[in-house]
Design a protein around this ligand. Structure first.
Ligand code: SF4
Ligand code: SF4
Length: 267
């Protein structure tokens, strides 16, 4: 197994039931160590664009606009993780129709597609992401430099990838940024910790708030709602930044190599 179990999970969106969810939750405990224990990172975070300072300009694949502008066909679907939690009676309180899929082929996503979903025009795709940012969910995409085909909008309550970060597992999500709180500007309102951060990367001690750099995935959610503009996005030092594989095939090859799997027969 190189990535997740393709076909067994993602494509069951429209026929999941309680038994499937129970089996999956049991299986996840065994699946997560091999899934998250190898490089390259499974996903990369796409920070809220306006939170990146202009002098730290992100590359196109690190920006929502860079990914969506190249798309010609768009669809939004229910998030499978949130749907699973709903079936298990632990529903996410935020919008569940947040799984955005993009194709560079005109008309690729259409109403007859077996995945279901709602076909969008580009403007509506941008609106889905804007709403997601307001709601306080994290944009994640495949950890590659080109060929992005989805932007997940993830909550800490439902997303196994974010939950791995909450557990302190390193390198699950690739990111070039982290947030920093200026203690002189912070007025200890608690919004960043209580309402925004999905990975428990903000701590509070005697009313002093700070970011745990090792856990922060640089999503920008805390920055966009801080009432005193006390939080800033910082670009990591060049030696800390891990360039994503050039495309999905390179990602598979790198992961296969780390797992000792020969994929030459599949190329
Ligand atoms: S949201 Fe801003 S002001 Fe409020 S605790 Fe966080 S850093 Fe401080
Ligand atoms: S502290 Fe949390 S909300 Fe803020 S950028 Fe880091 S991961 Fe995102």
């Amino acid at each position: 197994m190189i990535p997740f179990v393709i076909g067994i999970y993602e494509f069951q969106l429209n026929r999941m039931d309680r038994e499937f969810c129970e089996l999956l939750e049991e299986y996840m405990m065994h699946l997560e160590p091999p899934l998250v224990g190898y490089g390259p990172s499974i996903m990369q975070v796409i920070p809220i664009e306006k939170t990146i300072p202009s002098d730290q300009k992100a590359l196109p694949y690190q920006q929502v606009s860079g990914i969506l502008e190249g798309g010609k066909s768009f669809m939004v679907n229910e998030c499978i993780g949130k749907k699973e939690k709903g079936i298990m009676e632990k529903p996410c309180q935020k919008s569940t129709e947040v799984c955005l899929i993009v194709s560079s082929i005109e008309g690729f996503w259409n109403n007859e597609h077996p995945l279901g979903g709602r076909v969008l025009i580009k403007k509506e795709a941008f609106e889905v992401l804007e709403e997601a940012e307001k709601a306080g969910v994290v944009h994640l995409s495949n950890n590659v430099q080109s060929g992005h085909w989805f932007i997940c909008n993830c909550c800490g309550c439902s997303c196994p990838v974010l939950q791995s970060v909450q557990m302190g597992i390193p390198n699950v999500i690739n990111s070039s940024y982290y947030a920093r709180i200026d203690p002189d500007l912070c007025e200890s309102c608690g919004i960043c910790l209580e309402e925004r951060c999905q990975v428990n990367a903000i701590q509070e001690e005697e009313q002093v708030y700070s970011v745990i750099k090792e856990r922060c995935i640089g999503c920008g959610l805390c920055i966009s709602t801080c009432p005193t503009e006390a939080i800033q996005m910082i670009r990591k030092a060049e030696e800390e930044i891990k360039q994503p594989p050039v495309d999905e095939m390179a990602w598979f090859e790198e992961r296969a190599q780390q797992r000792g799997v020969d994929i030459s027969a599949y190329k």
